[in-house]
Design a protein around this ligand. Structure first.
Ligand code: THU
Length: 154
């Protein structure tokens, strides 16, 4: 039997975001500027808002032994969980700056989606993802399930 899966997301200019989402994106933008990306020169910033209102920022951290580096999203999520264990994640914003200094369309990679998915199912609360492509195009996903359907689980 053929089945079909529907993925929902919105695309809108940053000026149409809620104040909270726009602030989270600005925090991610600030974090991107502090990325440690001497190998790719591709700077990514992420900001996580927790249910207690705390915002935790992260950025990509590269390493000369390439696989040892970590994406911005997981840097932020792990820092948030380390400092505030058990507090649900409400939203994550992500933004990317290409080597030429222009914004590139940002979307969490597969490994980051898996990590997001675990925090979402842990707290039974959807995590919003706010992914920046340009001033005119910000993508909003209401749940990680829309970014990673059929996520691995045990
Ligand atoms: N990167 C992130 O920080 N987040 C993603 O979702 C994808 C990729 C980083 C990893 C590496 O430092 C650089 O971007 C180029 O791949």
């Amino acid at each position: 039997m053929q089945k079909q899966l529907e993925i929902r997301y919105a695309e809108l200019p940053q000026s149409d975001l809620s104040a909270g989402d726009s602030e989270l994106l600005d925090a991610a933008r600030g974090a991107a500027l502090r990325a440690y990306a001497p190998y790719s020169h591709f700077r990514v910033g992420a900001a996580v808002r927790l249910a207690n209102g705390v915002v935790v920022e992260g950025n990509n951290q590269e390493n000369i032994a390439y696989p040892s580096g970590l994406c911005a999203e997981r840097t932020a999520l792990f820092a948030a969980s380390a400092a505030h264990p058990g507090v649900p994640v409400e939203a994550l914003a992500v933004i990317a700056i290409a080597p030429d200094g222009q914004y590139a369309a940002a979307l969490p990679c597969g490994a980051c989606r898996q990590v997001l998915s675990e925090y979402e199912s842990l707290h039974h609360k959807p995590i919003r993802t706010i992914a920046y492509c340009s001033e005119q195009c910000v993508r909003l996903f209401d749940s990680v399930a829309d970014l990673l359907p059929f996520a691995f689980n045990m």
